[in-house]
Design a protein. Structure first.
Length: 651
């Protein structure tokens, strides 16, 4: 069962474009079949439902079991239509339908018929039949030109004549065969059909993605060949006569990015509603975000329009690039932020659509975290000062994707699980929240909408380190209408869950069936083997690619990512120092320099060590006079010089 479901997940969207193209060849529905079997043999009286107009000459349209001039058998059954053009120098008959056909709910109306061609009398260039149509049975219109009797090859041929759009959706439609003689061989016709494609109606409202105002005059196109319609003043459109099945919908409007193509399912004689918004052509601000200390790309930095913080994008790998759309023309600055870095502000600039502003690059400075409370105490013999301090802690982001979506995962049915494994670099680590990329609008086939889903935290006690026990309960992620891409967890997610060792999982539980469910965007550039899936009661399995789920964390030594970065203890004083006290006494402040690993795509970085100095009170402004005690990798150091120091106030 799982393998089947997985195939649905993988193939559902990848094969969608193939399905769209193959559907265009869907068979028509037969609205009328006439094999002429009910006509009396050797008579010129049409079968029931048919009549005849003598346009020129006399009634020379007969129904035979064997055709004459030349002698031929019917294509099928026991009867054929024989127009006696061999025996008359001229003559025109209209074999017409007198009982109407309804084409309501159908388009692409065609008339096909078996037609015998022969090589006698090559000069008869107008001898043959013309297909005609009428909506009242009185006024007839040619649907095309003459289907010729003469051909170098003697054979039955299936001819198909397309009727114009005026024949579509008619409560009463009549068809006719207009035979014309030029004194050649007889014209022979056998079984014929009237066919059409079933249709439905597409309707909806088109709005501006920025602000939600209705758009008037949008050209909406559906199907191939395209059937079009325009939105009215309220942004509404209605397009009737759309062939059933999966059809592509597109839209264009001056000053806006094109919409679609989006596949939509059309049902026979029903109205399918497709509401969508169109994005105005924006100005684009493009650049890259890097680490000011290492030059490495910063992935996951938030680049926001300072005057509209809800308009933001995230930098992605492998270069830390971003592209922020801005609409309308706006004089605004930019705000760039990421956990572990100091915020950066780009001065206000007038950004005017559709200009592209390139190379707005930013180097983020890593944010120093303060070490925890420091203490100092003499050992039992008073021969050394033992100094301890807490690890510097702060917010950071754990991520294993590069920010670029190459694929999409969604289950066919509800209740199944997706998960990403997170491993903090130090402990304890606190889960503050998470963000999840639910994919693009095109991942939902145009007919679905991502809906509320559930997210929980699990430990890694399952077989082989897979998800094990759930920590707490699921929290609902409510997805607003027409929202795609990255969404943040609600405030209650995590609830300060503390991870004391090992790894943990963020797990999403699908609510609803495809396409009315929320899926997950997938980065496939470099698989980290941290993404897991579970179908029903089946075991957890590792899946390819990286589910785009990120964890907001608080922890020790992982908030800053540069080398040799000063970290200051907040003491209420601007004075830097390792300790200030009188001998003996209590440490009230210190400073350390941490050597931190550079930022990495996985978001795993850690504190390497500290630098600790001792100096006299009053030497704060003369670092050259400070004495290094050491560079411990841990959070403690012993000053063994204590007995030899003069009795003074030290820091």
């Amino acid at each position: 069962m799982k393998n089947v479901t997985k195939k649905v997940q993988i193939l559902m969207l990848l094969l969608l474009s193939v399905f769209v193209f193959t559907y265009q060849g869907k068979a028509q529905t037969t609205l009328l079949t006439e094999g002429w079997e009910t006509a009396t043999n050797n008579s010129n009286v049409p079968p029931a439902g048919w009549g005849l107009d003598v346009i020129l000459g006399s009634n020379i349209t007969y129904y035979y079991s064997t055709g004459t001039w030349p002698t031929i058998a019917p294509f099928e059954g026991a009867r054929l239509v024989d127009f006696l053009s061999f025996s008359y120098t001229s003559g025109t008959n209209r074999l017409k339908r007198v009982t109407p056909i309804s084409t309501v709910g159908y388009n692409n109306i065609t008339v096909d018929f078996e037609w015998y061609t022969d090589n006698g009398y090559a000069g008869t260039t107008l001898e043959g039949v013309i297909i005609q149509w009428s909506t009242n049975g009185t006024v007839w219109t040619d649907a095309g030109t003459t289907w010729m009797r003469y051909s170098p090859t003697n054979q039955w041929v299936l001819n198909t004549q397309a009727l114009p759009v005026g024949a579509e959706g008619q409560a009463t439609l009549y068809v006719a065969f207009r035979f014309n003689s030029q004194y050649g061989d007889d014209c022979h016709m056998d079984i014929s059909h009237v066919k059409g494609l079933q249709t439905g109606t597409l309707a909806g409202t088109v709005t501006n993605c920025v602000g939600g105002a209705p758009l008037s005059g949008v050209l909406v196109s559906v199907g191939t060949p395209a059937i079009t319609g325009n939105t009215n003043a309220a942004g509404q459109y209605t397009i009737a006569g759309v062939p059933t099945g999966i059809q592509n919908v597109s839209a264009t409007f001056a000053g806006f990015s094109p919409y679609g193509p989006t596949p939509v399912g059309i049902n026979a004689n029903q109205t399918t509603t497709l509401n969508f918004c169109m994005s105005p052509l924006p100005a684009y601000v493009n650049g890259v975000i890097t680490n000011a200390c290492t030059g490495a790309p910063v992935i996951g930095a938030k680049v926001a329009q300072a005057t509209l913080l809800t308009n933001f994008v995230l930098s992605t790998g492998p270069t830390g690039a971003y592209s922020l759309p801005i609409y309308p023309a706006t004089n605004t600055g930019l705000t760039i932020s990421k956990d572990g870095f100091a915020n950066f502000s780009v001065p206000a600039t007038l950004y005017t659509p559709p200009t592209v502003y390139n190379n707005v690059n930013v180097a983020l400075v890593e944010k120093a975290n303060a070490p925890g409370t420091a203490t100092a105490a003499l050992n039992t013999g008073g021969t050394a000062a033992i100094i301890n301090w807490g690890c510097p802690s702060g917010n950071y982001l754990l991520l294993y994707d590069d920010g670029t979506q190459e694929n999409f995962a969604i289950w066919a049915s509800a209740g199944n699980l997706d998960a990403v494994k997170f491993t903090p670099s130090t402990f304890p680590a606190t889960v503050l929240g998470c963000m999840i990329n639910i994919g693009k609008s095109t991942n939902y086939s145009g007919t679905g909408q991502p809906v509320t889903f559930k997210v929980g935290i699990f430990d890694a006690t399952g077989p082989g380190g897979a998800p094990g026990n759930q920590i707490g309960t699921y929290v609902d992620f409510v997805v607003p209408a027409t929202t795609y891409g990255w969404i943040d967890a609600p405030a209650e997610f995590g609830a300060g869950t503390v991870i004391n060792s090992g790894s943990f999982y963020i797990v999403t539980k699908q609510v609803g069936a495809y396409p009315n469910a929320a899926g997950i965007a997938v980065d496939t550039t470099t698989t980290a083997l941290r993404s897991y899936q579970k179908f029903g009661t089946s075991p957890w399995v590792v899946t390819s690619g990286n589910f785009m789920i990120r964890a907001h964390m608080y922890g020790c030594g992982t908030a800053t990512m540069a080398a040799n970065l000063k970290q200051e203890l907040l003491t209420g004083s601007a004075v830097e120092g390792v300790i200030y006290t009188t001998k003996p006494g209590t440490v009230t402040g210190y400073e350390s320099t941490g050597n931190i690993y550079p930022d990495s795509p996985t978001g795993t970085e850690g504190l390497v060590g500290f630098q600790v100095w001792r100096f006299l009170q009053g030497q704060e402004g003369t670092p050259a006079s400070w004495v290094s005690i050491g560079t411990p990798t841990g959070n403690t150091i012993t000053d063994n010089s204590w007995p030899s120091l003069p009795c003074q106030s030290y820091r």
